[in-house]
Design a protein around this ligand. Structure first.
Ligand code: MD6
Ligand code: FE
Length: 213
């Protein structure tokens, strides 16, 4: 029946070449995803990493997967253990993997096999300056990004830092997939506005999946 096609196809918005936004794709999984974030961050607590320039980031971070993204005065890199605990990063929860692979496939990236998952926590005022994601060894693989909690304004820039970014509102359950010719585009997040989310109170959680090797 025709109606079933509409039920199973998520709202899809093209952001750019190779970049797609699926509104609400993760919304049905919100509670399960939050429980999985809680489990990961009980073992690998959120922390404010220091940039090579010596500034503490306003966004708090954790990771799960075979390797995790980290930063200190010596630079940015992926490590197999959590520098704070000395332990391996927690395994990637199944619910994360299933959703990431499904979103990637729907965006046209078959067989996405992420080995790293970065979890970012924003509170009001926290932001992410324009940057490129370029520390991954496999730039042919896309990145999948899931947003939960308070809404944010995502900045979608171009190939050069000076390109004026577009503003894309992201809400809880929205999933962005990007790769291909825009894999290295600059992007960021405006300072989070105050608000109250039913499940996450005054927080936004962003989960990004990457293939580093
Ligand atoms: C955020 N996201 O949405 C920050 N990077 O909180 C990112 O920096 C990002 O969402 C690469 C791909 C997708 C992303
Ligand atoms: Fe990024």
């Amino acid at each position: 029946m025709q109606a079933e096609l509409f039920v199973s196809a998520p709202a899809r918005e093209a952001i750019d070449d190779g970049a797609v936004l699926f509104r609400g794709l993760a919304a049905p999984s919100e509670a399960v995803l939050i429980a999985a974030v809680d489990a990961v961050t009980a073992a690998a607590p959120f922390r404010h990493l220091v940039t090579p320039g010596g500034h503490a980031m306003s966004v708090a971070m954790s990771n799960c997967g075979t390797v995790g993204w980290t930063s200190d005065r010596r630079g940015y890199r992926y490590t197999p253990t959590d520098p704070q605990t000395g332990l391996p990063w927690p395994a990637m929860p199944d619910v994360f993997l299933v959703l990431a692979r499904d979103a990637a496939a729907q965006a046209g990236y078959a067989a996405f096999a992420p080995d790293a998952c970065l979890i970012n926590r924003y509170v009001p005022g926290a932001k992410m300056s324009l940057h490129q994601d370029r520390d991954e060894g496999d730039l042919a693989a896309p990145i999948v990004s899931i947003s939960l909690g308070l809404p944010a304004v995502f900045l979608w820039g171009g190939k050069a830092r000076a390109d004026r970014p577009r503003r894309i509102p992201l809400g809880s359950g929205d999933v962005v997939v990007w790769g291909g010719v825009t894999r290295l585009n600059f992007h960021g997040v405006l300072p989070l506005a105050r608000g109250e989310h039913p499940a996450l109170s005054a927080q936004r959680i962003n989960i990004t999946f990457r293939k580093t090797r």
